[in-house]
Design a protein. Sequence first.
Length: 89
Amino acid sequence: MDSYLKCLYDHVMECLLRCPRPDMAEYGLRAAEQGRAWEDLKQALSPEQIQLVEAYQAAQSRVFALEDEWLFQEAVALGKWMALKNLYS
């Protein structure tokens, strides 16, 4: 991702959670659900198992972040293509 796209992506991601949106209520519910599930899981696991799960979650988060960046890049590219197509149509 070039510096312009990275700057735009960072801005979108920062504003996404700060700006009021109709779907933020659902996001809050899902995040709370995830938090409760994690707390329940930690109660059932040994400290070693918790470390393994946390390592897995960190690796998974890095993969998800890359996928989000790729999806963002493709969406921007598609938007640019559509804008140019409409401009010259």
